[in-house]
Each structure stands twice: as structure tokens, then as C-alpha cells.
Ligand binder design. Sequence first.
Ligand code: ADP
Length: 669
Amino acid sequence: MNEKTNHNSIEFSPGKEKLFDYVVSQTRSVTAIFSADDYSVKYVSKNCNEILGIDENDLIENIMNGIRDSKNDGKTHTDPEIFILKLKVGESVVVDVIEWKNPQTYETIYFKGYIKRDITDGEDIFFLVFADITDEINRNRQMKEMIDAANSANQAKTSFLANMSHDFRTPMNAITNFNVLINKNSNNPQKVRDYTHKIGLACQNLLSLLNDVLDMSKIESGKTQLTNGEFALGLLLEEVNSVVAFQAKSKQQEYMVHSGGIQQDIFIGDKQKINEILVNILGNAVKYTPSGGKIDFYISEEKATTSDNWDIRFQVKDNGIGMSKEFKDTIFDAFTREEKETTKGIQGTGLGMAITKSLVQMMGGTIAVESEEGKGSTFTITLRLQGVNQDLGDFWSSHGIHRIIVIDDDMQECEKIEIALHDTDVEVFFATSGYKAMHIIDVSSKDNKGFDVILLGKKVGTLSCLEMAKKIQAKDLNPKPIVLLLTDEWEEIAEVARESGIYDFITKPFFMSTFQQLVEDIKNRATSSSEKKKDNPLEGMCFLAAEDNDINADILVELMSMEGAAVIRAENGEKAVEMFENAEPGFFDMILMDIQMPVMNGYEATMAIRKLDKEEASTIPIIAMTANAYADDVQKAIESGMNAHVPKPIDMAFVEDTIARLKENKLST
Ligand code: ADP
């Protein structure tokens, strides 16, 4: 039988056929009729080739193959001929999804098949309709993916909340119970001191948890911004190292800082966030390395080929527990922690690395990790920062420093310092043995060219720094040099070092900015330490404090009155404006302003105060004292007319410094 000649042999009235073709074309359905007797094709809609990419003649064979893998009511029909041909006259079947790959376009399309067997004009035939449901399938698939993603995000959040709840409860438990113990032991001051110290630690833990969660949600909502400014890498590293060295020491770990080729010290960047990145990575190295382990921190920099940019590389190597390869690949995902025997009991949220990576990326940097289970991990961060050429002018001579001698048996250390001070007007000498050092000091003193500063390494030949310092102290030198020790372990020897004549210490690696800061501090101490001690900046001051929370207000009043200051409270911003307006001129020295308050918030109240027609309205210092503690909150406070920002929970030392600074500014204007 010639199938071709048989096509379209079913009689339609011309109008009906056109209508039928039109409907079929609009629905992207392929329709066909074939004989139940010999499978000869009686009719195939004209769009067959366009949609299925096959010739009408091949339709039946292809339909059979297509149906073979199709699904109907969840069952796979592997024998289509039986399945179709089993249909009795008058019966129909629906095949839910038939997957079809168009052999011309290679596009995958999906159909729903409707098949019916019937007797028409005495002929036993099958009617087939294949309705294109590709869009529907794709839409469903997308929706399923979205639902899956939402579900897994939800699951991650649920497990995160469970973790958080646990992690928050641990320090809260300490606070609650030490509080009970304080009550019970109120007449034992030593115990009370010990418990309050522990409560302090638990509070710090809570605060850092809270900060992590907030940081993460802020990064996720795209609200985190960089606050770029000039900073000294040396001072930043000093801050980081003091935190990490303390943590490492309490786990009896060896913590070594290595710096090589540091020429540039001042950069433009977000110091706070770089600090956060380094403390996260180094903190983890300490956390995931058992007691007695070793952590090395390498810092190097290289000038980029163009402009003033520098590539700074920080590398942290530990010989701790390491990670499995599978986990390593997910380490930067939020809320992930490796659950295994060696991480049991180690607290964390699984957010630190996600935050770190986001911050590095915001700065246009890179972060990579290598790790071997049980052997240790290495994190490498590279940041490109703009270097700033610092003109120190006459800093050294104005601080009375003209000649320095470095005494250290490590020649490289001596050279590093000489290079760092190269462009200054300071004369630098060095000696790698005690004998040579004493000789230079003697000769210089005789020539009336004594040293202003002596930088001592830990060991000089056979002499320890303490022995060397004593030898220097025994000489009657003019000028009397300031002897400083280059060390990372000052705390342990501070007392004996001072007795031996060592005035202070400077941390390794040596950075110009750290040295400069120390010299500045020493000079300030010499001129004003005695006055400063006597002079409590809060004594006798009167503050107007806008604070809506009763507990916070009570704490503030107590803390301030312990320092000799009076605090008058306003329960919201509007009251504060009113009280300031009605007060005698000069009654209040400063205003402490909470931000989130009912009726009128702190920003609005500040703006209202600044607009008042009152003499001190524009000059009275206003300090934001708020739990809105992000860099942009500080910015907003300043923009609304405040002079400073103190984050909550308040740290009294910080409050005092801020007030002292504002007082000084006021006096100088
Ligand atoms: P956490 O708060 O759990 O420390 P992080 O996001 O900082 O969260 O780290 C995620 C996980 O990565 C940790 O729980 C730990 O399993 C693994 N990890 C991070 N740093 C190290 C490291 N130096 N050595 C081994 N495992 C690490």
C-alpha cells in the first residue's frame, strides 16, 4: 500500500478541514488518523514536519517509539503496539508525557497524547492528538527548581536557627548562672571578680555572634559598603596580631608572623573590614588547630605594574585538623560547618568564611584555600590596594629623634629597619654583636653623638636582651636613650624588662607606622601622663541623655555617675529637644542621643536641636549612643548633625575617650 497516496483520504468538507487545520496550528498539536487494520496513515496534520521534524510517512513508527518511553498514569509502556492496539473500539487513552527530540532542530519537546479507537464510516481507525506541552513542562520544572531552592534555603535557615539558638543559649546560660552565683557569693569579692570576668567573656561571645548574623544578612541584602580611608598596614597588623597571639597562646600554639619585602606601609582601603577578614581566617586557624599546633602568618606585597597600586598577599598556614575535599569545596557557603569527630564541641555559626569571602570579593580581591584532612590548611588572600606616599616632614626631629641603633644578631632584621627608615633624616646604625654594640655606643657618646633610641632584638650573640639592656643602663649616657625591645612576647617579660631598663616594646614585623605610633605615645606619655591620670574627663559634667529604654537609662546614669558626671534623662527625642530648649544656657555640657526612640528618633531630634534659636544649639556636642553600629549608621549620625558615635553595648573607656576628645575640640575652637 502506498501510504502517501492514502494521506488525507478521510473526507472533510473543505470549510471544516480548514477550520480543523487552523485550530491544530494554533494549539501546536499534531493530529493523525491511522487504520487499525493495517496501520496505514489516513491523515496527518500539516504541521507534523514543522513541529516533530519528521516526515508524515515516518509518523506511525516514530509514534510507537515515542510512546515506548512515555508515561501514562506513572507506568512506563514498553510495548506500545500492544498498549495502543489493546484499545477496544470506543475506548481511549491519555499518555501524560511523551518526550520527543526533533531530529532537525535537536530541540526537546514534550507532548500529551490522546488516542481513541473508533469506527468511522465503517472503518476501524485510531485518532491521535499530540498536544505540545513543552511550555507547561518547562514552567513546572522551573517552578520545581524554585521550590527546591526555597526549600533548601529554608532548611539551611532552620538548621541555622537551631544552631543559633544553641550558640546564643550557651553564653546566655553562663551569664544567667554566674549572676546567680554572684548573688550567692556577694561577700566574697574574689569570687565576684572572677564571675564578672566570665560574664564579660560570655557577653563578648554573644556580641560577636550577633555581629556575624547581622553582617551576613547585611551582605546578603547588598547593603554592605566599603568605608575606604588611609590606614597603616603595620598598625592594622599590630591590632590583628595582638588578638590572635593572645588566642594562640591560650591554646599553647606557636604563632609566627613573617613579613618579607614590605616597602609600602600606608594604603587606601577599608581597614576595619580587612581586620575582620584577617581575624576570621587567623581565628579559625587557632580554633581548628589543636593545642600545641603551629600557625604561620605570612605577609608580602608587590607593586602592581601600573599606577600606585600594590598587591598585598596574606597567607595563613596551620597544621590543624584540615578539611575533607568535599567540605573544602563548600567552605565559603553560608551556614556550612564540617561535622566530624574533631570539630565536636568547637563553637561556630558557619558564617565567618561566607562573610570573609564576600568582603574579599567586595574589595576586588581573591581568596583560596588548600587543605588536607588531618594535616592542616592554608588560606591565601590577595588584595590590590592603592599605596599612599607619606611625607613625614620633620616628625623624627620634632620628636627629638636623630640617631637610632638597632642591636640584633639577626642581620636581616637590622637591614629591614634600616630600609624602613631610609628616607627619613634619622641616622641609623646597627650591631649584630653585644661587643660591637657597646663599642659604637661608647664612641658615639664620647663624640657627643649619643643615640636617642636603642632598638634591641631578643638576643645579641651570647647576650639576652635583658643582659644587654642592663649593660646599657649601667652606662651614664647622654642623651639617655629610650631602649625598646623588638618582640612578640612582651607580656611575659614586661616586668623584668622594665627593671632592666627597657622602656617599652615594638612588635615584629617592624613597620614604620608602628614605630612612629610608639614614639608618639612615648612622647605624649612623658608630657601628659601625670595630668591625664588626675584629670577625669567626666568629672563635674552634666549630660542630657535621650534614652527610651529604662534599663539602658539606669545603666547609663550609674556608669556616668561613678565617673562623677550627672545625667538627666529624656524618654524620647521630642522630650530631649524640649528639655534642651528650656534649660538655662550652659546647663548641659553635652547630649547623649539614642537613635531608635518613639515619638521622635535621634536623627530628627538632633536636627531639631541644631535648628533651635538658642545660643549653644549649634555648638553643643551631641554623641550618638546607639545599637545602630554599622559604618553607615555612624555616617548618618554625623550627617544629621551629631559630633561622635558610641556603639552599644557601651564601653566606658571608649565613652571617656570620645568625651575627652570632644572637650578638647571645644576648647581649641
Ligand atoms: P565557624 O563559625 O563554624 O568557624 P566558618 O564559616 O568560619 O564558621 O568556617 C566554616 C567551617 O570551615 C568551620 O566550621 C570548619 O569546619 C571549617 N574551617 C574553617 N577554617 C578551618 C581551618 N583553618 N581548619 C579546618 N577547618 C576549618
